[in-house]
Design a protein around this ligand. Structure first.
Ligand SMILES: Cc1cc2nc3c(=O)[nH]c(=O)nc-3n(C[C@H](O)[C@H](O)[C@H](O)COP(=O)(O)O)c2cc1C
Length: 170
């Protein structure tokens, strides 16, 4: 595991670049530390594509946990990555299932091809984590770079900040 020390961690997995792009924007807006989940078994090529789809459909974990970062020391974590077969991509689910000594504030920002509504993915992520996620959003690829994306990011960050305030009051 890679050790990371930062107040806000943006933990991302990206197979084809969409989530990496979004994660970089979130890191900039949150002055956060960008940290990647590495999953070479799912990168490039048709075989890895089929493996990704099949593992996701079967709700499996990654075969190896070596590419998972440690986020100990982070006060909040934003997880960013794609939807696969209506679920969060397998590397995100494996990370969530480690319970990663989760800080009180966890956000989830997915990207998708907009083939399916994101609610099923949000539910699966909360089930994997074992508790509600403070801020949730899903950016369709077709919305990248538009005013709609800016509004979505603003709303997501507002939910996340609201969750931080609630946590510090309680
Ligand atoms: C194996 C696989 C399954 C996918 N399943 C879905 C899906 O169920 N619904 C959807 O809207 N998009 C689906 N997509 C599209 C991705 O969610 C979308 O292209 C995403 O932005 C890719 O992010 P990335 O470039 O960071 O990997 C799938 C992509 C892959 C590779």
């Amino acid at each position: 595991m890679n050790m990371v020390k930062s107040d806000t961690c943006i933990v991302y997995y990206s197979r084809s670049g969409h989530s990496h792009r979004l994660a970089k924007n979130l890191a900039k807006r949150l002055h956060g530390h960008l940290v990647e989940i590495q999953a070479p078994a799912y990168q490039r090529g048709i075989v890895s594509y089929v493996r990704a789809a099949m593992d996701s459909l079967r709700q499996r974990d990654m075969a190896s946990r070596q590419g998972l970062p440690s986020v100990s020391g982070c006060n909040r974590v934003v997880l960013c990555g794609p939807v696969w077969t209506s679920y969060p991509a397998v590397p995100l689910r494996t990370f969530l299932r480690t319970k990663f000594k989760a800080p009180s504030t966890v956000g989830l920002f997915l990207t998708s091809g907009a083939h399916s509504p994101p609610q099923k993915a949000f539910q699966a992520a909360e089930s994997d984590l074992g508790r509600p996620i403070s801020a949730k959003a899903c950016l369709p690829n077709g919305v990248e770079g538009t005013a709609e994306e800016s509004s979505m990011v603003d709303a997501f960050l507002s939910d996340l900040e609201g969750a931080v305030r609630l946590t510090s009051v309680n």
